[in-house]
Structures are given as C-alpha cells and as structure tokens.
Design a binder for this molecule. Structure first.
Ligand code: G6P
Length: 372
C-alpha cells in the first residue's frame, strides 16, 4: 500500500501532488501542431453540435463545481447559454430540454446514480449527451452519445482533488472545440489559450513546491470551528470547493460565498477572529473585479475577520489587508481555478491530518454514490 501511495502518507496527498500530470495528461494529444483541437472521440455529428442552442451541465459534489467553472468559460468563448444543475434536482422539475440541447455530464466515477438518471431523462427528451468522465467504460459514458475522458488516473481518496482539475481542463477543451466548430474564435486565439493551458502543469507544480506556508497555517488552525470562503467570477466555485474540502476532510463547518453577496447576508457572520479565505481575481483582468474583492477584504477585516488571501503573484494591493497571503502564478482569469484550488486542497488535507483524521476515507462518505 505504501508503494501505491507513491511514498506519500495518504492517497489524498499523492493525488494532490499528481495534479500537474492530471492536467498535462488531459491536455495531451488533443490538438494538432497548428493548434487545432482534434477531439476525435466526440462522435456527435459536428453539424448537430453546430445547432446546439443550450448547454446544461449535470453533476454532483466536486464535479458540479467543475461544471460551474465550465459555465463561465463556455459562455464566454462559445456564446451558448449554459446552465449548471445538480443532477438530483434536474429531472424532478420538468426542465426544458430538446434535440438542440447538449447535456454535459461531469463525473469522476461515471457511476453516480443521480447523474446517470439525469442523463437518461435528458436522452428520453431527445437531448444530445456528452460525458466528461475519468473512468474508462463506466456506465455514464457508455450510455452517452459521446465522451471526453479526463486522464487524471485512478482517484482513490474519497474526496476528489486531481479529478476536479482534470474535469475543469476537459471542460475548457470542450468549450474551445465548440468555439472552433462554430467559427467563433479565431484559430490564433484558441492556440493562445491552449498554450496558456499547456503552461498550467508547471505552475501547479510551483504551488505544490511552496506548500509549506499553507501547511503551517493549517496546523495552527486545527482547533478552528468555522471557516468562510469568498470568491467572485470563477473564484466563486473555487471558494465553494475550498469549503467542501474542509467539510469533507476536517469535519469543520465551512461555507463558500460569492464575494458580491457578502453585503446581502454573510457579512453578518463576521466577528472577531472569524477566519475567511478570499480568492482574489487577477489585477490584470478585464473587469474591475479585483478592486471590488479587495474592498470586500477591507470590509470583513474592519469587522475583525482573520483574512487569508489567495492572490496572483505580484498583487501587492492585497498585502495591507491580509493576515496571510498565498501567491499563485500569473495566468488568464478563466484558467485561474486550476491554480487557486490547490492551496485550499492542501489546507483541508493538512488540517484534517493534524486532527488525526483519515483523509482518504472520511466518515459517512462514499467515493461513488450508486444509489439515488
Ligand atoms: C461523491 C464523492 C465526491 C464526488 C461526488 C460526485 O459524493 O464523495 O468526492 O465529488 O460523489 O462523484 P462523481 O464520481 O460523479 O464525480
């Protein structure tokens, strides 16, 4: 078993450290030398894909947060309205689905019953179904019209880490492929984004190489009772995933919020010493979101929050208001979840380990939930 863990004390630590390869392998062989995506495995007739006028992403748990990231990227690149829905809510609310709807299911295992039932329902309504999946030959891809496999390798720890980054990567590839097919993006632009994606594995590695600081903080915070996570734009699903990891691994009450929502409720939770992680967008982004999130940090800090900030390298503006800053390498805003998630995974894993918990097999959870 020690050998299977690659020298790490747990599968979770191994899998967190496998992430440069999980992303790199998922990108491998998906484009030609000219930067044209060649997703041959998507066997849906390209003409049908051109007629898609709505995308619905269906998933549960961590995979659903990958879906939320996908929505930002696909709508921005492809301009097709994209919804994300938890699989178990979908078929019980009489959703609007027809032959021009593309269902994108996201599942590490390919066996999650809630997602399988939602995919079956959508098929019955005439939708096209595409599975983003990490498990070869599993049920969901077998029952779907097409599959785009993530190549994260087997994920053993119950809580998902490397599959999440691989799912986000695959969703980006799908978005770029649809954009290419519909002629929306110039080929040069797609090639540039692919090259930014190609640089991600080395950047994840640098986050992993600098994990000592976040691990130390996690050990110091082992007795914490509640942690909040704020993020905006693609940082919002990252915040939700950071909170989920902490619940799953460390059994700590944790909530993720959209930073813009703070003033509409969550700010009432802030009291002296409340730890709050803030995922800060790049100051180089097109929008003014950076300064808005920096204002959020000031607001909560003025009310006593212990602010822990994930920011882009070179972002000096956050320093004045943060108790702790963890820097991630520069990358385009849409790709940042592939980096910003990693310190949050490490934090949850290290804190749970400090509490003496089994990070591979958290209580009450199953790796693949095959009942509805
Ligand atoms: C379970 C696991 C989660 C996972 C979710 C969805 O609840 O504990 O880690 O995110 O199922 O699993 P899937 O295999 O469909 O991605």
């Amino acid at each position: 078993a020690a050998a299977e863990k690659g020298g790490y004390p747990s599968f979770m630590e191994k899998e967190i450290n496998d992430q440069p390869a999980a992303v790199g392998d998922t990108l491998l062989g998906r484009a030609d030398a000219a930067g044209r995506l060649t997703l041959d495995e998507i066997r849906i007739d390209p003409e049908l894909l051109k007629n898609v006028n709505k995308i619905i992403v269906l998933a549960c748990g961590t995979s659903a947060y990958a879906g939320q990231v996908a929505k930002y990227a696909i709508e921005h690149w492809v301009r097709i309205p994209t919804e994300v829905e938890l699989s178990h809510e979908f078929r019980y609310r009489d959703p609007i689905v027809d032959a021009n709807t593309l269902i994108v299911s996201i599942s590490q295992s390919g066996e999650t019953m809630d997602t399988l039932m939602a995919v079956r329902y959508a098929k019955e309504q005439g939708a096209k179904t595409l599975a983003i999946c990490n498990t070869n030959g599993s049920t969901i891809p077998r029952e779907s019209d097409a599959v785009l496999y993530t190549h994260a390798g087997p994920e053993i720890a119950v809580a998902s880490t490397k599959a999440f980054l691989a799912q986000i990567t695959a969703a980006y590839l799908l978005g770029l492929y649809l954009a290419q097919l519909r002629g929306i993006k110039f080929q040069g632009e797609i090639r540039d984004i692919l090259s930014d994606l190609g640089a991600i594995p080395a950047k994840i590695q640098s986050v992993l190489d600098n994990a000592d600081q976040i691990k130390k903080l996690a050990r110091e915070m082992a007795e914490t009772k509640s942690v909040l996570f704020l993020g905006r734009h693609v940082g919002f699903p990252v915040a939700m995933e950071g909170a989920l990891k902490l619940k799953e691994l460390a059994y700590i009450h944790a909530e993720g919020f959209a930073a813009g929502e703070l003033k509409h409720g969550p700010i009432a939770l802030i009291e002296e010493g409340q730890p709050v992680f803030v995922v800060v967008p790049s100051p180089r982004g097109r929008h003014s979101l950076h300064s808005k999130v920096v204002s959020n940090i000031q607001e909560i800090r003025a009310r006593g929050a212990n602010t822990i900030v994930i920011a882009e390298q070179g972002d000096e503006a956050v320093k004045a208001y943060a108790e702790h800053v963890f820097y991630i390498p520069e990358t385009p805003t849409l790709l940042a979840p592939l980096l910003a998630t990693v310190p949050l995974q490490i934090f949850a894993c290290e804190l749970a380990t400090a509490k003496g918990y089994d990070v591979d097999q958290p209580r009450n959870l199953a790796k693949s939930v095959t009942v509805e």
